[in-house]
Design a protein around this ligand. Sequence first.
Ligand code: DGL
Length: 277
Amino acid sequence: MRILVFDSGLGGLTVYEKIAAARAGDELIYAADDAAFPYGALAEAALVERVVGVAGELIAALAPDLVVIACNTASTLVLGPLRARHPGLPFVGTVPAIKPAAAASRSRLISVLGTPGTVARDYTQALVRQYAGDCDVTLVGAPKLARLAEEHMKGAAVADVEIAQEIAPCFVERGERRTDVVVLACTHYPLLAERLARLAPWPVDYIDPAPAIARRVDQLLGPPKAAPSEPRSGPALFTSGAPSAALAEALRRFSLEVRTIAEMTATPVLTAAGSPR
Ligand code: DGL
């Protein structure tokens, strides 16, 4: 099976790595629309047009068996249009994990940390009404956190104070109660997991949806054919062209090699079994 994992930038790597670890026998391709990063800053109509266009080109060129939209900002808006445009092709989206957060919270004070776009969506507000009606939910649109995660991945020094400022509104106290669960509603944020834990004013459970997304892929494609093993090397495509040497190095930690779409389609891509596709 060929699985395409798509995001605006590097956040989808947090999802890619869980799927790659679980499905060693499948062929994974990572694609980042970094030319349009950050999606969180785009108006809704522009974002729909962009994602439907770029994902459509990738689907036409690569013929995946399943597409993971590893981006909350896009998934909360474009899953409907994508499914309408590609009937029969399964899409797995990434949407704020509000249901498990409400189930896990003891204080009934939860926060949803996402891009300004994601927290403003009707989709997100509907999840809050449907699953967290008995919780006090604080929606936090972080203007810079996805970009800080990108800089961190590219090897730049990101000051603690910058991260602390972005997450501060998530931590709410109401009398004796205080926030105990924070939904990471942007796939970039788990790239900063260690720092998010260290910079929290008090300990909270951060919910990273990546394991649930990997399980959803298994539900749709069936159990993996090969036993879990070290992920095989896979290709990473960037709409901006070639990423920096520092980023190419960081991608190797995810067993990804930078390729172009032209290379991907001109050369036969090897399947897990080693035979040309
Ligand atoms: N990774 C994306 C998400 O999950 C957002 C980053 C961006 O603003 O492009 O929402």
